[in-house]
Design a protein around this ligand. Sequence first.
Ligand SMILES: NC(=O)c1ccc[n+]([C@@H]2O[C@H](COP(=O)([O-])OP(=O)(O)OC[C@H]3O[C@@H](n4cnc5c(N)ncnc54)[C@H](OP(=O)(O)O)[C@@H]3O)[C@@H](O)[C@H]2O)c1
Length: 195
Amino acid sequence: MTYSIIGSGKVGSALARQFARSGIPVGVANTRGSQSLTALVNDLGELITAQSLAEALGADIVILAIPFNAHREIGQKLSDWDNRIVIDAMNTYGVSPEELGDQASTDVVARAFVAAKVVKTFNQLPAALLAKDPAQEGGRRVMFVWGRDQDANTRVTKLVDQLGFAPLSLGTIEEGGKLLGLGGALILQNIIKYQ
Ligand SMILES: NC(=O)c1ccc[n+]([C@@H]2O[C@H](COP(=O)([O-])OP(=O)(O)OC[C@H]3O[C@@H](n4cnc5c(N)ncnc54)[C@H](OP(=O)(O)O)[C@@H]3O)[C@@H](O)[C@H]2O)c1
């Protein structure tokens, strides 16, 4: 299984840190090219690879850690995503509900990624918290996961677990979107799960 993160800003770097911490190799790409990633790679170690965007698009699981409005440009780079998993870690700050056509943002993303299975996660914590060790006070920081394809949800839930978080499935887009969408009951919750 290969992974890539598109976006090396606050969220992309935080996620790359979790991959490095968990011993899982990941490629990282941005708009400025692999040279710009030298500092990040030097900081996080050999499991983190600076990639071109074209290389990053080829991973089995591609994580989007980019501004929401950049997702179409990425999705349209491939005419067929061939049932691969795309993780939507984006939020829609500054995007109006009208722009989304009153649809769940993950469904809007899915339209730009033809034949991909889009799963939402990693979007719900501030980047500074996302970068921290999920092992906390004898428990693990909770990460919610939701999406339309159950197999893809299960696969991503496994990754979230491997990265050290306590994954909690919120089911479909309707269910998860309601809880973590604008005004949702789980917004800005930083929950630790003890077992
Ligand atoms: N910041 C948070 O606390 C937080 C928390 C949860 C979710 N989010 C969401 O996560 C996403 C990323 O946020 P961020 O704070 O990490 O943003 P950021 O620090 O501004 O980083 C954005 C990254 O996206 C890359 N990028 C932009 N357009 C691109 C394109 N067309 N192709 C490839 N890469 C592109 C940028 O590349 P360059 O480096 O080359 O400019 C940069 O590395 C947003 O959707 C945001 O809403 C943010």
